[in-house]
Design a protein. Structure first.
Length: 55
């Protein structure tokens, strides 16, 4: 029982440490989860000067 819990915790830690947010963001675009609302939200941030518009 303890061995299973330790293995599960180790796996979770490995997944956490190897998580790449940039890849996750790219996957969201590729899978279509990034919808028009997100793009409009980002554009409003650019308009407010929080981010520079990408060239």
């Amino acid at each position: 029982m303890l061995r299973q819990a330790t293995a599960r915790a180790t796996t979770k830690l490995f997944e956490f440490m190897t998580h790449d947010p940039i890849k996750a963001q790219a996957d969201r675009y590729i899978n279509g989860a990034q919808d028009i609302y997100d793009l409009e939200f980002r554009q409003r941030q650019v308009d407010r000067g929080l981010f520079r518009a990408s060239r």
